[in-house]
Design a protein around this ligand. Structure first.
Ligand code: FES
Length: 99
């Protein structure tokens, strides 16, 4: 089932918004003009990533400073798992997720 999240026309560079889908908090952001969807929870200790800082394509969690490269979500510090990246889906003029 397709769950729409945002209208495509709103996906500008720097876009960032969280959504609740099936009890999970998801983060949709646009980096390098590419929409990326991930679980809004740092794989280190679970801090929300909606306040993470973004420098180029590196997302830095505010809580302990672990950094992740986008779009693959791999950690720059090997001791931490990567981000949970999710596949986006499209329907009509919306971006969303298939659940
Ligand atoms: S919770 Fe994100 S770096 Fe620790």
């Amino acid at each position: 089932m397709f769950v729409p999240l945002e209208r495509l026309i709103n996906l500008n560079e720097g876009y960032r918004r969280t959504f609740q889908v099936d009890g999970r908090s998801l983060l949709l952001l646009v980096v390098d003009n590419q929409p990326l969807l991930l679980v809004d929870s740092c794989p280190h200790k679970g801090a929300p990533l909606n306040t993470a800082t973004l420098a180029g394509n590196v997302l830095r969690c505010q809580r302990h400073g672990i950094e992740f490269q986008l779009p693959d979500g791999l950690p720059l510090q090997a001791s931490c798992p990567g981000l949970s990246m999710l596949k986006v889906a499209y329907e009509g003029d919306r971006i969303g997720i298939d659940v």
